[in-house]
Design a protein around this ligand. Structure first.
Ligand SMILES: [Zn+2]
Length: 192
């Protein structure tokens, strides 16, 4: 019985790893989220991606998430992640995968380039879990955006309501409206 279970568990882990590789995840994400050995993950990566994984450190800083456009993309993803957290009982990594897939679909439907990689999306959730980042409601539009935990909510204005002077109100502002309804629609579409 225990043996059957372990084979099934392993099969699910391989499936997750393959999904993550196809989404472009770095090898470190797979090492962290599965119990598969480094050697097996490396072989799997080469087989699925058709190349060796990129080397080097993962981005460890929260700075990227605070810059203008990345912040909007990260916020969109995190809203989807929080929404799925509420409505579906999934393992954390499956929630990240699903929310990231919704984010990609949303980008595609709006003709926008996805700035957030799955590795960064995964890091973002870790940063939130560690209390290094959180979400704060914009005092103007009420949308929830990624911020540092010490942000004063009363004064916080998001990057869509207050874009940098040279950015203007482009396609991005129109396309990324962080309302809950939109995520529900996205989720409903995904279910069909
Ligand atoms: Zn706003």
């Amino acid at each position: 019985m225990a043996r059957t279970k372990s084979i099934l568990t392993e099969a699910r882990q391989i499936e997750r790893a393959v999904t993550l590789i196809n989404l472009g995840a770095r090898l470190q994400v797979l090492e962290s989220e599965t119990d598969l050995s480094y050697e097996r993950l490396l072989r799997l990566y080469k087989e699925v991606a058709g190349r060796s994984p990129s080397k080097g450190q993962l981005p460890f800083s929260t700075d990227w998430f605070m810059t203008w456009q990345p912040n909007i993309h990260a916020s969109l993803f995190l809203n989807m992640h929080e929404y799925l957290n509420k409505v579906a009982a999934m393992d954390e990594i499956d929630n990240v995968i699903k929310a990231y897939q919704l984010y990609l679909e949303h980008m595609q439907s709006q003709g926008l380039e996805p700035l957030l990689s799955v590795t960064r999306a995964w890091r973002l959730v870790k940063f939130v879990d560690n209390g290094m980042l959180t979400m704060t409601a914009c005092s103007k539009c009420g949308g929830h955006f990624v911020t540092h935990p010490h942000e004063i909510a009363r004064h916080y204005v998001c990057g869509l309501c207050n874009p940098p002077a040279r950015a203007g109100k482009g396609k991005l502002a129109g396309a990324l409206q962080l309302g809950a309804t939109q995520f529900e629609q996205a989720h409903a579409l995904q279910a069909h």
